[in-house]
Design a binder for this molecule. Structure first.
Ligand code: NIG
Ligand code: FE
Length: 405
């Protein structure tokens, strides 16, 4: 007889999407404390199992907790004015060249107190959680001094301590050139490599290091220096690459075994081979593509052929993707990039976990994984991508505890 454990719970008669595929038969998921203990067909459950286990849920679609693997959730201010400028014809690059764009958020973020940043980011985080997110990556990149970058990352860590959500942090000091370093990009990269990364790594504030490798940001040499500094301090890397032009950042990132390369509208066939060989995830950000009215679609077919895992994320930020709803991004990935609904769902579960280097614990419904999952009031998983509709989340389970019902 199995021992009954007060913290074992049963979700029964669910339609299961396990992070890779949807099962035909009605399924059961059993948790033990904060872990998934067993996943089986309903008809494999014994009478004793059913008698022993408290039923925590019945019916609905069960998916892994959603993972938003690329966000800039912590920032000061907003950029609605810039939105209007773009509607009148200005480009994202034009606005950046005039000292707007990322730099205008840098000003507002430097001025904001740590508590103000926490309060504004908490609202966005709660929105994501109400949409089924159980893990979120949050980048720095609007401080651009050692002190202000650390401030942003502390806010991100604190959000993870205060809310039932996993927060993974990424240091993005090489996001833009701060005005005080005008015409001295290499000096700023010195600061990033010699001061910021050592200090942030020492304080344990970042889980990875990212760079914006682009004409309006940092070139290949500068990007490589940041990757080297990250590795020297034991941190994995990722990159904002090939978004507005092809610079070679993706292949460079592959050389440094990047966890992911993100945006990648201009990725070439050679780049696809390089990231396939390094096991790097391709993170697609349809929200930025949509907001910037981009027309260069990432090479989805080539990524499929090379079996590169594709993740998708909100890229939630005040400029290029002021979108803080991951289920909307599921729809955009299908409509704009022609992902199948299954690929889109893999992109916010199993592949998003890979993009964060956490696939051993997160992103799929399997014994031993963290008990992070969602129950949805829908008939089949594809509906999450098909309809843009709030209010479908019935239960959100984080570490085995129901946090939304
Ligand atoms: O991922 N590409 C660069 N960085 C962000 C945009 C940040 C901003 O515009 O504030 C992105 O799109
Ligand atoms: Fe981004």
């Amino acid at each position: 007889m199995p021992q009954s454990h007060p913290n074992r719970q049963l979700w029964r008669d669910v339609t299961l999407f396990d992070g890779e595929r949807t099962y035909d038969a009605p399924m059961a998921v059993i948790t033990d404390n904060d872990r998934i203990e067993r996943v089986c067909r309903m008809n494999e459950l014994s009478d004793a199992d059913i008698a022993d286990l408290p039923v925590a849920g019945q019916g609905g679609v069960l998916t892994p907790g959603l993972i938003d693997c690329h966000t800039h959730l912590v920032f000061g201010g907003q950029r609605a004015g810039e939105f209007e400028q773009r509607l009148e014809g200005a480009s994202y690059a034009d606005i950046a060249a005039q000292g707007g764009g990322i730099i205008s958020t840098v000003r507002a973020t430097r001025e904001a107190s740590e508590d103000d940043l926490y309060t504004s980011a908490a609202k966005r985080l709660q929105g994501l959680m109400a949409d089924g997110v159980t893990t979120v990556e949050i980048k720095s990149g609007y401080g651009l001094t050692t002190e202000h970058e650390a401030k942003m990352l502390r806010v991100a860590r604190r959000l993870g301590e205060q809310y039932p959500v996993r927060v993974v942090t990424t240091f993005l000091g090489a996001h833009a050139l701060p005005p005080e370093y005008k015409d001295r990009k290499d000096d700023y990269i010195d600061l990033v490599c010699n001061d910021m990364i050592p200090s942030i790594a020492d304080q344990g504030l970042a889980d990875a290091v990212d760079v914006f490798c682009e004409g309006i940001a940092f070139n290949l040499d500068q990007t490589e220096r940041v990757f080297q500094a990250a590795h020297k301090h034991g941190l994995p890397i990722k990159g904002h690459v090939e978004q507005l032009s092809h610079l070679g950042g993706a292949s460079l990132a592959a050389k440094y075994n990047a966890l992911s390369v993100d945006h990648i509208e201009w990725l070439t066939e050679d780049d696809v081979q390089a990231i396939a060989e390094s096991g790097t995830v391709a993170t697609l950000l349809p929200g930025a593509f949509y907001t910037l009215r981009d027309t260069q679609v990432p090479p989805i077919d080539a990524l499929r052929r090379a079996r590169v895992p594709m993740a998708i994320a909100t890229d939630g930020n005040p400029g290029s993707s002021p979108i803080f709803q991951l289920t909307l991004i599921l729809n955009m990935a299908c409509t704009l990039f022609r992902l199948t609904p299954t690929e889109a769902l893999q992109g916010v579960t199993a592949n998003a976990a890979r993009a964060l280097g956490l696939s051993e614990q997160l992103g799929s419904i399997q014994p031993g994984q963290r008990a992070d999952f969602c129950i949805w009031d829908i008939e089949q998983p594809a509906e999450l991508a098909y309809a843009i509709a709030p209010g479908r989340l019935r239960q959100r389970v984080f570490d085995g505890v129901i946090t939304h019902a």
